[in-house]
Design a binder for this molecule. Sequence first.
Ligand SMILES: [Zn+2]
Ligand SMILES: [Zn+2]
Length: 274
Amino acid sequence: MTHDSRLTTFVDTHTHLYEAQFDADRTAMIERAINTGVSKMIIPNVDAATIKGMLDLVKQFPANIFPMIGLHPCYVKPESYKPELEIVRQYLFNEISFTNHSSIQTPQFVAVGEIGLDLYWDKSTLDIQKEAFELQCDWAIEKNLPVAIHSRDSTHILIELLKKRKNNPGGVFHCFTGSLEEANEILKLGFYVGIGGVVTYKNTNLRDTLKHLPLDKIVLETDAPYLPPVPFRGKRNESAYTKLVAETLCSVYEKGLEEIAAVTTQNAKDLFGI
Ligand SMILES: [Zn+2]
Ligand SMILES: [Zn+2]
Protein backbone atom coordinates (compact mmCIF):
# COMPACT_ATOMS: atom_id res chain seq x y z
CA MET A 1 0.00 0.00 0.00
CA THR A 2 1.42 3.37 -0.95
CA HIS A 3 1.70 6.40 1.31
CA ASP A 4 -0.89 8.15 -0.83
CA SER A 5 -3.52 5.45 -0.53
CA ARG A 6 -3.30 5.49 3.27
CA LEU A 7 -4.12 9.17 3.43
CA THR A 8 -6.54 9.47 0.58
CA THR A 9 -9.85 7.65 0.42
CA PHE A 10 -12.44 7.68 -2.32
CA VAL A 11 -16.03 6.51 -2.70
CA ASP A 12 -17.06 4.77 -5.92
CA THR A 13 -20.72 5.79 -5.84
CA HIS A 14 -21.81 3.56 -8.74
CA THR A 15 -20.29 0.18 -9.57
CA HIS A 16 -21.75 -3.12 -10.78
CA LEU A 17 -19.42 -5.46 -8.89
CA TYR A 18 -21.72 -8.48 -9.34
CA GLU A 19 -21.34 -8.54 -13.14
CA ALA A 20 -20.05 -11.69 -14.83
CA GLN A 21 -16.94 -9.84 -16.07
CA PHE A 22 -15.67 -10.07 -12.47
CA ASP A 23 -16.44 -13.77 -11.92
CA ALA A 24 -12.81 -14.89 -12.25
CA ASP A 25 -11.27 -12.42 -9.78
CA ARG A 26 -14.08 -10.58 -7.96
CA THR A 27 -12.65 -10.69 -4.43
CA ALA A 28 -9.14 -9.74 -5.60
CA MET A 29 -10.59 -6.91 -7.69
CA ILE A 30 -12.51 -5.51 -4.71
CA GLU A 31 -9.46 -5.82 -2.44
CA ARG A 32 -7.41 -4.03 -5.09
CA ALA A 33 -9.91 -1.16 -4.98
CA ILE A 34 -9.79 -0.97 -1.19
CA ASN A 35 -5.95 -1.01 -1.24
CA THR A 36 -6.00 1.85 -3.76
CA GLY A 37 -8.01 3.92 -1.27
CA VAL A 38 -11.48 3.24 -2.66
CA SER A 39 -12.73 2.39 0.79
CA LYS A 40 -16.43 2.51 -0.05
CA MET A 41 -18.35 1.26 -3.06
CA ILE A 42 -22.08 1.66 -3.73
CA ILE A 43 -23.77 -0.94 -5.92
CA PRO A 44 -27.01 -0.53 -7.86
CA ASN A 45 -28.89 -3.61 -8.92
CA VAL A 46 -30.61 -3.31 -12.30
CA ASP A 47 -33.40 -5.90 -11.96
CA ALA A 48 -34.55 -8.75 -9.73
CA ALA A 49 -31.90 -11.12 -11.13
CA THR A 50 -29.02 -8.92 -9.91
CA ILE A 51 -30.17 -8.49 -6.30
CA LYS A 52 -28.67 -11.66 -4.85
CA GLY A 53 -25.19 -11.09 -6.31
CA MET A 54 -25.26 -7.56 -4.92
CA LEU A 55 -26.37 -8.58 -1.42
CA ASP A 56 -23.80 -11.39 -1.27
CA LEU A 57 -21.08 -8.75 -1.73
CA VAL A 58 -22.61 -6.55 0.97
CA LYS A 59 -22.34 -9.52 3.30
CA GLN A 60 -18.74 -10.25 2.28
CA PHE A 61 -17.58 -6.62 2.66
CA PRO A 62 -20.01 -4.99 5.12
CA ALA A 63 -17.70 -2.05 5.89
CA ASN A 64 -16.97 -1.28 2.26
CA ILE A 65 -19.96 -2.17 0.09
CA PHE A 66 -23.43 -0.61 0.24
CA PRO A 67 -26.49 -1.55 -1.83
CA MET A 68 -29.13 0.42 -3.69
CA ILE A 69 -32.36 -1.11 -4.96
CA GLY A 70 -34.33 -0.23 -8.07
CA LEU A 71 -35.46 -1.16 -11.56
CA HIS A 72 -33.17 0.16 -14.33
CA PRO A 73 -35.03 1.69 -17.31
CA CYS A 74 -33.49 -0.82 -19.77
CA TYR A 75 -35.22 -3.57 -17.77
CA VAL A 76 -38.64 -1.92 -17.85
CA LYS A 77 -40.41 -4.28 -20.25
CA PRO A 78 -44.19 -4.38 -20.88
CA GLU A 79 -44.45 -8.04 -19.90
CA SER A 80 -42.44 -7.90 -16.66
CA TYR A 81 -42.11 -4.41 -15.21
CA LYS A 82 -45.02 -4.72 -12.81
CA PRO A 83 -43.74 -7.85 -11.00
CA GLU A 84 -40.20 -6.44 -11.18
CA LEU A 85 -41.34 -3.22 -9.47
CA GLU A 86 -43.20 -5.22 -6.84
CA ILE A 87 -39.93 -6.99 -5.93
CA VAL A 88 -38.17 -3.63 -5.57
CA ARG A 89 -41.01 -2.41 -3.36
CA GLN A 90 -40.88 -5.49 -1.16
CA TYR A 91 -37.12 -5.23 -0.64
CA LEU A 92 -37.31 -1.51 0.02
CA PHE A 93 -40.11 -1.83 2.55
CA ASN A 94 -38.63 -4.96 4.16
CA GLU A 95 -41.50 -7.20 3.17
CA ILE A 96 -39.29 -9.95 1.76
CA SER A 97 -38.09 -12.77 3.94
CA PHE A 98 -34.39 -12.14 3.43
CA THR A 99 -33.30 -15.53 4.67
CA ASN A 100 -35.00 -17.07 1.64
CA HIS A 101 -33.98 -14.56 -0.96
CA SER A 102 -30.51 -13.43 -0.01
CA SER A 103 -27.63 -14.12 2.27
CA ILE A 104 -28.23 -11.22 4.62
CA GLN A 105 -31.11 -10.48 6.94
CA THR A 106 -31.81 -6.78 6.65
CA PRO A 107 -29.91 -4.93 3.98
CA GLN A 108 -29.83 -1.17 4.49
CA PHE A 109 -30.32 0.32 1.07
CA VAL A 110 -28.61 3.70 0.71
CA ALA A 111 -30.58 4.82 -2.37
CA VAL A 112 -33.27 3.84 -4.85
CA GLY A 113 -31.40 3.03 -8.04
CA GLU A 114 -30.62 2.78 -10.59
CA ILE A 115 -33.77 4.27 -12.06
CA GLY A 116 -34.45 6.73 -14.86
CA LEU A 117 -34.91 6.79 -18.61
CA ASP A 118 -32.94 5.24 -21.47
CA LEU A 119 -34.02 6.18 -24.98
CA TYR A 120 -30.85 4.88 -26.63
CA TRP A 121 -31.80 1.20 -26.51
CA ASP A 122 -35.60 1.31 -26.66
CA LYS A 123 -37.83 4.34 -27.28
CA SER A 124 -41.01 2.24 -27.44
CA THR A 125 -41.09 1.78 -23.66
CA LEU A 126 -40.87 5.51 -22.80
CA ASP A 127 -44.34 5.63 -21.19
CA ILE A 128 -43.74 2.70 -18.85
CA GLN A 129 -40.17 3.87 -18.17
CA LYS A 130 -41.70 7.16 -16.97
CA GLU A 131 -44.29 5.30 -14.89
CA ALA A 132 -41.58 3.16 -13.22
CA PHE A 133 -39.43 6.23 -12.59
CA GLU A 134 -42.20 8.25 -10.96
CA LEU A 135 -43.32 5.36 -8.79
CA GLN A 136 -39.77 4.66 -7.58
CA CYS A 137 -39.27 8.38 -6.84
CA ASP A 138 -42.42 8.23 -4.68
CA TRP A 139 -41.00 5.22 -2.79
CA ALA A 140 -37.66 7.00 -2.29
CA ILE A 141 -39.48 9.96 -0.73
CA GLU A 142 -41.48 7.61 1.49
CA LYS A 143 -38.23 5.94 2.65
CA ASN A 144 -36.36 9.26 2.85
CA LEU A 145 -33.71 7.96 0.42
CA PRO A 146 -31.99 9.64 -2.52
CA VAL A 147 -32.33 8.26 -6.06
CA ALA A 148 -29.51 7.31 -8.45
CA ILE A 149 -30.66 8.37 -11.90
CA HIS A 150 -29.60 6.69 -15.14
CA SER A 151 -30.16 9.00 -18.10
CA ARG A 152 -29.34 8.20 -21.70
CA ASP A 153 -30.61 10.50 -24.47
CA SER A 154 -33.22 11.64 -21.98
CA THR A 155 -31.73 14.17 -19.53
CA HIS A 156 -34.05 16.98 -20.65
CA ILE A 157 -37.12 14.75 -20.17
CA LEU A 158 -35.98 13.71 -16.69
CA ILE A 159 -35.39 17.34 -15.71
CA GLU A 160 -38.93 18.21 -16.85
CA LEU A 161 -40.40 15.24 -14.94
CA LEU A 162 -38.56 16.24 -11.76
CA LYS A 163 -39.61 19.88 -12.13
CA LYS A 164 -43.27 18.84 -12.48
CA ARG A 165 -43.21 16.76 -9.29
CA LYS A 166 -44.67 18.28 -6.12
CA ASN A 167 -41.53 17.09 -4.34
CA ASN A 168 -38.50 15.25 -5.55
CA PRO A 169 -36.32 12.85 -3.60
CA GLY A 170 -32.93 14.40 -4.44
CA GLY A 171 -30.04 12.23 -5.45
CA VAL A 172 -27.54 11.99 -8.26
CA PHE A 173 -27.53 11.97 -12.05
CA HIS A 174 -25.01 9.16 -12.40
CA CYS A 175 -22.45 9.14 -15.21
CA PHE A 176 -23.39 12.66 -16.22
CA THR A 177 -22.25 13.67 -19.72
CA GLY A 178 -24.74 16.44 -20.53
CA SER A 179 -24.44 20.16 -21.20
CA LEU A 180 -23.68 22.96 -18.74
CA GLU A 181 -27.29 24.11 -19.07
CA GLU A 182 -28.53 20.63 -18.06
CA ALA A 183 -26.01 20.45 -15.21
CA ASN A 184 -27.25 23.78 -13.86
CA GLU A 185 -30.86 22.56 -13.99
CA ILE A 186 -29.81 19.42 -12.12
CA LEU A 187 -28.08 21.47 -9.42
CA LYS A 188 -31.13 23.73 -9.14
CA LEU A 189 -33.25 20.64 -8.46
CA GLY A 190 -30.88 19.81 -5.58
CA PHE A 191 -29.19 16.87 -7.28
CA TYR A 192 -25.54 15.90 -7.35
CA VAL A 193 -23.61 15.15 -10.53
CA GLY A 194 -21.89 11.74 -10.80
CA ILE A 195 -18.61 11.85 -12.73
CA GLY A 196 -16.91 8.74 -14.11
CA GLY A 197 -14.38 7.62 -16.70
CA VAL A 198 -15.84 9.76 -19.50
CA VAL A 199 -14.18 12.80 -17.90
CA THR A 200 -10.79 11.32 -18.86
CA TYR A 201 -11.67 10.96 -22.58
CA LYS A 202 -10.02 13.20 -25.16
CA ASN A 203 -13.19 13.96 -27.10
CA THR A 204 -15.43 15.21 -24.30
CA ASN A 205 -16.69 18.66 -23.25
CA LEU A 206 -17.24 17.36 -19.74
CA ARG A 207 -14.04 18.87 -18.29
CA ASP A 208 -15.02 22.35 -19.56
CA THR A 209 -18.55 21.91 -18.18
CA LEU A 210 -17.20 20.82 -14.80
CA LYS A 211 -15.11 23.97 -14.45
CA HIS A 212 -18.42 25.82 -13.98
CA LEU A 213 -19.84 23.37 -11.43
CA PRO A 214 -19.07 23.49 -7.70
CA LEU A 215 -16.91 20.61 -6.46
CA ASP A 216 -19.23 20.19 -3.48
CA LYS A 217 -21.93 18.87 -5.85
CA ILE A 218 -19.71 16.24 -7.50
CA VAL A 219 -19.46 12.55 -6.59
CA LEU A 220 -17.03 10.06 -8.12
CA GLU A 221 -18.02 6.80 -9.77
CA THR A 222 -16.76 4.17 -12.20
CA ASP A 223 -19.93 2.42 -13.48
CA ALA A 224 -17.61 -0.63 -13.64
CA PRO A 225 -17.28 -2.84 -15.61
CA TYR A 226 -18.44 -0.25 -18.21
CA LEU A 227 -16.91 3.06 -19.36
CA PRO A 228 -13.27 2.53 -18.29
CA PRO A 229 -11.14 5.67 -17.97
CA VAL A 230 -8.00 6.38 -19.95
CA PRO A 231 -5.67 4.41 -20.23
CA PHE A 232 -7.99 1.40 -19.91
CA ARG A 233 -10.47 2.20 -22.72
CA GLY A 234 -11.61 -0.96 -24.44
CA LYS A 235 -10.79 -3.01 -21.36
CA ARG A 236 -12.78 -3.87 -18.25
CA ASN A 237 -13.39 -1.05 -15.79
CA GLU A 238 -13.03 -1.67 -12.05
CA SER A 239 -13.60 0.30 -8.87
CA ALA A 240 -9.86 0.91 -8.24
CA TYR A 241 -9.95 3.27 -11.24
CA THR A 242 -12.05 5.75 -9.24
CA LYS A 243 -8.65 7.25 -8.42
CA LEU A 244 -8.02 7.99 -12.13
CA VAL A 245 -11.29 9.94 -12.26
CA ALA A 246 -10.22 11.89 -9.16
CA GLU A 247 -6.82 12.64 -10.69
CA THR A 248 -8.51 14.17 -13.75
CA LEU A 249 -10.59 16.36 -11.44
CA CYS A 250 -7.32 17.66 -9.94
CA SER A 251 -6.47 19.36 -13.23
CA VAL A 252 -10.07 20.54 -13.81
CA TYR A 253 -10.34 22.18 -10.39
CA GLU A 254 -6.62 22.95 -9.94
CA LYS A 255 -6.63 21.23 -6.58
CA GLY A 256 -4.57 18.46 -5.02
CA LEU A 257 -5.70 14.84 -4.90
CA GLU A 258 -6.22 14.97 -1.11
CA GLU A 259 -8.70 17.82 -1.45
CA ILE A 260 -10.57 16.22 -4.37
CA ALA A 261 -10.78 12.99 -2.36
CA ALA A 262 -11.87 14.70 0.85
CA VAL A 263 -14.59 16.85 -0.74
CA THR A 264 -16.08 14.12 -2.97
CA THR A 265 -15.99 11.60 -0.11
CA GLN A 266 -17.84 14.08 2.11
CA ASN A 267 -20.36 14.65 -0.73
CA ALA A 268 -21.00 10.91 -0.94
CA LYS A 269 -21.44 10.80 2.81
CA ASP A 270 -23.90 13.69 2.75
CA LEU A 271 -25.88 12.15 -0.10
CA PHE A 272 -25.94 8.46 0.85
CA GLY A 273 -25.37 8.64 4.61
CA ILE A 274 -22.40 6.26 4.51
ZN1 LIG B 1 -26.59 3.71 -15.55
ZN1 LIG C 1 -24.98 1.54 -13.71
